[in-house]
Design a protein around this ligand. Structure first.
Ligand SMILES: [Zn+2]
Length: 329
């Protein structure tokens, strides 16, 4: 039974992804806004229609869509709402339009990244595999861009908070009157959100350091008067500040474990990935590599490790300042 709570209704849509169902949100105010849509699958569309029907709504009632980020489980069904205005962060648009120049840059970026991480060339086929989920992502550009501190168009009381890290164009929506944050995947109750490696915003720029961005996003949320996070997956988060502290600590501990491994032996990111995720790295190479690169970026930033460029283009990492009782305690 779907219900409105202070002008917000949570709908739950099935996805074919390991993460399971995705939550999307209707905001009823001056306009009817849908935040995220679910993936582009028949099953998701049917489920969305049923749930709208339960609220005595049809797709044409939806006047605008806000995307928290471009991932297919969130932004799949945008083509099904012709009449609605679609809003999102600037960086979301390149994934929604998928112009050939971007896709070429995309492939080139991952080819050179794979070389850097020391991935055996037999795995390079993964670049094509990584694009499979894009078939469940809508193909339609944004109608308008939302940036930090913008309001929700046509509505009072909502503020856009840029929360990059899990995706470059990740945004959340805060209602200050009651501290409700529609958070996309910025903070989930059961799983830590993966700081995915993405191509730079413009060709020639450096790769964005997703883990550092993500940590900064979490730190930022600590400064906001949040009472409840309405997440993209799983249960509501009521103690967001406690959970954020826990997530930041766990990530630090994970990184320091990586440093310990590097203190024993210098390794490439791929060597590390195999060591950290022996059971799943083959199946989930994109995700596990992102997670590994994230820890290395964090350690590099803190000058806990250094990188040594190899003649084949790969990078080997070495632990710095190893003293007994520091790394091994
Ligand atoms: Zn998601």
């Amino acid at each position: 039974m779907i219900q409105w709570h202070n002008g917000i209704a949570q709908l739950t849509i099935p996805t074919p992804f390991a993460v399971g169902d995705v939550h999307i949100y209707l905001i009823k105010g001056e306009r009817l806004t849908l935040v995220d849509t679910g993936p582009k699958t028949e099953e998701a569309w049917r489920s969305l229609l049923d749930q709208l029907n339960e609220l005595e709504l049809t797709p044409t009632d939806i006047e605008q869509i806000v995307l928290t980020h471009h991932h297919p489980d969130h932004a799949g069904l945008i083509e099904c709402f012709d009449q609605a205005t679609v809003w999102g962060a600037k960086e979301t648009n390149r994934w929604l339009t998928r112009e050939s120049s971007f896709m070429q840059d995309h492939d080139q970026f991952y080819r050179s990244l794979f070389q850097q991480v020391g991935l055996p060339s037999s795995y390079f086929i993964l670049i094509d595999k990584m694009k499979v989920p894009l078939s469940m992502l809508g193909l339609r550009g944004l109608d308008g861009v939302l940036a930090d501190q913008d309001g929700l168009p046509g509505e009072k009381g909502w503020t856009v908070i840029e929360t990059p890290g899990h995706a470059q164009g990740h945004i959340s929506l805060l209602r200050e009157s009651d501290g409700i944050l529609i958070g996309g995947d910025v903070l989930l109750d059961k799983v830590s959100s993966n700081p995915l490696v993405e191509p730079p915003h413009a060709e020639g720029e450096a790769r964005p350091l997703s883990q550092l961005q993500y940590n900064a996003s979490l730190e930022r949320l600590l400064t906001l008067p949040i009472t409840t996070v309405l997440p993209g997956h799983g249960p509501l988060v009521t103690d967001s500040h406690g959970l954020i502290q826990e997530r930041l600590k766990k990530q630090h501990d994970r990184a320091m474990h990586v440093k310990e491994l590097l203190a024993e032996k210098e390794m490439t990111a791929f060597d590390l990935c195999v060591l950290l995720f022996p059971a799943v790295y083959k199946e989930q190479l994109g995700l596990t590599l992102s997670e590994t690169v994230a820890q290395l970026d964090y350690l590099l930033e803190r000058k806990e490790i250094e990188e040594i460029k190899q003649t084949d283009g790969s990078i080997v990492y070495r632990a710095l300042h190893i003293t007994k009782g520091h790394v091994y305690e």
